[in-house]
Design a protein around this ligand. Structure first.
Ligand SMILES: *[C@@H]1O[C@H](CO)[C@@H](O)[C@H](O)[C@H]1NC(C)=O
Ligand SMILES: *[C@@H]1O[C@H](CO)[C@@H](O)[C@H](O)[C@H]1NC(C)=O
Length: 193
């Protein structure tokens, strides 16, 4: 005589075992991929920054050229990156002073790439306390800026390429001295991916 309830519970147990086995296999696969790739944090910093032709007019319009050197380090030994678009902005107290784009580039593993970015503020209208604070900092000889970078990237591992992801990089405070004789303090950046 067949015993249906027992058969059904056998089937349930069997399906349960299969699901458990699948979870363990996927878990082991993820662990192996993780161990092989050993993903490491991408590392960015502002290595140098300068201001030229700073001119804040009586009408609170700003003209200025900013020169930045941004160091991008990919510490991974198997993961490379495509930077498909990179946009760099210089901000002061939440006001964007200048923005520029960087040529798309590919960064292989263990690579250090230095980006030299020139940004121009042309008749940027400043409002609220910004012009006053800028004048005070100008007379003190240096100015605290924020550098924001927005990049669309893809990861590459072997022949596999990931989908596009947006990476936000924030460097603050970037202390820029008007006198080039003084040395620049390297500013590490935070990365949000
Ligand atoms: C700053 O800009 C104003 C308005 O364009 C101009 O009249 C003035 O000569 C400029 N000053 C300097 C030092 O370039
Ligand atoms: C990083 O990659 C760039 C572009 O391919 C290359 O010019 C540079 O020499 C590389 N740097 C290092 C440290 O490998």
């Amino acid at each position: 005589m067949a015993n249906p309830p027992s058969k059904r519970s056998n089937l349930v147990r069997c399906i349960g075992m299969i699901i458990l086995a699948l979870i363990i296999i996927v878990g082991i696969a993820v662990l192996i991929i993780w161990l092989v790739l050993k993903p490491k944090r991408l590392d960015y910093s502002v290595e140098d920054a300068a201001i030229h032709n700073f001119n804040l007019t009586d009408a609170n319009h700003l003209y200025a050229n900013f020169d930045l050197t941004i160091r991008a380090y990919n510490p991974n030994s198997r993961v490379s990156l495509y930077y498909d678009s990179v946009e760099v902005s210089v901000r002061y107290e939440d006001q964007t002073l200048a923005t520029n784009a960087v040529q798309p580039f590919f960064q292989s593993h263990k690579n250090v790439t230095r980006l030299h970015v020139g940004l121009t503020a042309q008749t940027v209208a400043l409002y609220e306390s910004v012009p006053k604070d800028l004048r005070i900092e100008r007379s003190s000889g240096d100015i605290e800026l924020d550098v924001w970078i927005r990049a669309r990237i893809r990861f590459k591992v072997g022949v596999w390429k990931s989908k596009h992801r947006v990476m936000k990089i924030f460097c603050s405070p970037v202390l820029v001295k008007f006198s080039r004789a003084k040395s620049f303090q390297r500013t590490p950046c935070q990365v949000e991916l």
